[in-house]
Design a protein around this ligand. Structure first.
Ligand code: HEM
Length: 482
């Protein structure tokens, strides 16, 4: 159904390695490359899949908490034991300690390269292995040339670092890999996409009641992967838990079985996947939601809550939806970015709701005016998540400054969460400069100030162009100083 992850990690071996006697090929240990050499049997729980899982788990495999640290050959040489093993390949140093038990060539072989520049050795054995991807969570930093020329190079190191800090850009065309796990009371469906590919998902209960039918749409860039499941047994709606990890690209949907005394299912059931070009269907595909005016937010804005009992939608970071309604029998649509539930004061998180913070434009026929007056349960249509924001474009940066004005803040709210949680190339400074006219216009001020209090890496600076006398913060228009 999906590509084996091995295919991506191992490029084809050089043709010479295939010129082997036939009986040798028969005793091949199963090398994905067709290379029948001395591969080792790995201990249970140490397959390639397990290694990928460990990498996606958020464990600190490099031991540097995501920091990139340039390493001298002298420092490298100190990390040469089984439990503290660093290795340089093609100018980059990795901590391979946790990889030891997962190395198909065995611990002893891998130990031959630790504490030194192992490029030559690595190339001699298997130059085609995609070590960058296998070890991307183990990256420590660039190998410095030699301590004597360090001082001369110091100035250029920052530039070099930004290149090293860039995790691999995910390919455009990614097919999620499906995995599942169950216990007596629940079933979890896991979709593995790729690091930083910024997936979104939409989960639909097609039967509108507890059943064994469920549809899960995974959105990656321009593509929609529609999974239609007819599960082995009944599941309850809504799902017990949904986790979308924007950094690792893993999506978990935990579904509850009707009672926890059931036998384990003998299989998942049936499912099939359809891959569609999102842009080719999004103009025609609108989802029905009921609108509720949640509350007035300030003098000229309000919060609108949209709910559909049978749909749960998680947008990719930085994406928006187009909302469609009827004003005087004319169809009007406008784009809005939902805000994360943590910015809703006293609002319990409910997965089947989307919240929008909307500014009222004081024109009788404006769409925002219409939305601010909709009676509860008015039917509104919203599009599939739209956008082309590339999360990976920020992956190489550790100091980021965001500039927002007025209602333009909303796309940043989910981005701020993602950036502060990111463990690869951990953020050092995230600065939000937020421009408004008056103090009353500032959205989410308390929440943003609280984040700044709790996380010293986040700086929040509201700037006003027309404050009253009590304002002690920054004042003025966008200037060179600002
Ligand atoms: C530099 C020290 C290393 C040595 C001496 C070494 C040695 C070996 C040997 C002897 C094999 C088994 C033979 C084979 O199937 O090709 C092997 C397989 C393998 N090694 Fe290494 N290795 C080293 C480093 C690494 C590193 C850093 C990685 C990646 C993270 C890696 C990944 C693999 C993989 C994926 C295979 C299986 C290849 C296949 O299925 O064709 N090795 N290694």
């Amino acid at each position: 159904m999906t590509d084996s992850p091995k295919k991506n990690l191992l490029a084809p071996p050089p043709p010479t390695s295939l010129k082997l006697p036939l009986q040798n090929l028969k005793t091949n240990t199963g090398s994905a490359t067709g290379n029948p050499r001395n591969k080792c049997a790995l201990k249970p729980g140490h397959s390639l899949m397990d290694w990928i899982r460990l990498g996606n788990s958020g464990a600190d495999l490099s031991g540097t908490k995501g920091r990139i640290i340039p390493v001298t050959p002298e420092e490298l040489a100190k990390h040469n034991t089984r439990n503290d093993a660093w290795m340089a390949i093609r100018g980059v140093v990795y901590n391979v300690t946790r990889y030891m038990d997962f190395h198909p060539g065995g611990i002893e072989e891998l130990m031959r390269g630790v504490g030194k520049d192992a490029t030559k050795l690595f190339n001699e054995v298997h130059a085609w292995v995609n070590y960058q991807q296998l070890l991307n969570k183990c990256l420590i930093g660039p190998l410095k040339k030699s301590s004597r020329i360090d001082r001369v190079l110091e100035e250029n190191d920052t530039n070099k670092l930004s290149t090293f800090a860039k995790p691999p850009i995910p390919p455009q065309d990614i097919a999620p890999r499906l995995d599942w796990i169950q216990n007596r009371s629940s079933l979890t469906l896991c979709f593995y996409t790729k690091q930083f590919c910024n997936p979104g998902c939409l989960i639909q209960n097609l039967a509108c009641e507890d059943s064994n039918h469920i549809e899960i749409w995974i959105i990656i860039g321009n593509h929609l992967h529609k999974y239609k499941f007819k599960l082995m047994g009944m599941i309850l709606w809504p799902p017990k838990e949904i986790k979308v990890a924007s950094e690792s690209g893993k999506i978990e949907v935990c579904l509850q079985k009707p009672n926890d005394k059931q036998d384990l299912w003998s299989g998942l059931g049936e499912h099939h996947v359809e891959k569609l070009l999102k842009t080719s269907i999004e103009e025609d595909l609108y989802l029905d939601y009921s609108a509720f005016l949640y509350k007035e937010y300030n003098h000229d804005s309000f919060i609108l809550r949209l709910k559909n009992e049978n749909i749960i939608c998680y947008l990719p970071v930085g994406y928006h939806v187009s909302m469609e309604g009827l004003i005087n029998a004319t169809k009007i649509s406008k784009c809005y970015t939902p805000i994360p539930s943590k910015y809703m004061t006293n609002q319990a998180k409910e997965d089947n709701q989307l919240h929008f913070l909307i500014k009222k434009y004081q024109h009788p026929n404006s769409f925002s005016m219409y939305l601010s007056q909709v009676p509860d349960e008015t039917n509104l249509k919203i599009s599939l998540p739209k956008g082309n924001f590339k999360l990976a474009s920020l992956a190489g940066h550790r100091s980021i400054c965001l500039l927002a004005a007025g209602s333009g803040l909303t796309p940043f709210l989910s981005l701020i969460d993602h950036l502060l949680k990111r463990s690869t190339n951990r953020i050092e400074l995230l600065k939000l400069i937020y421009f408004n006219k008056t103090c009353e216009d500032i959205w989410c001020q308390d929440s943003l100030s609280n984040i700044a209090k709790q996380d010293e890496r986040f700086e929040f600076t509201p700037v006003l162009s027309n404050p009253n006398n009590s304002w002690t913060g920054v004042q003025g228009h966008v200037s060179l100083e600002l």
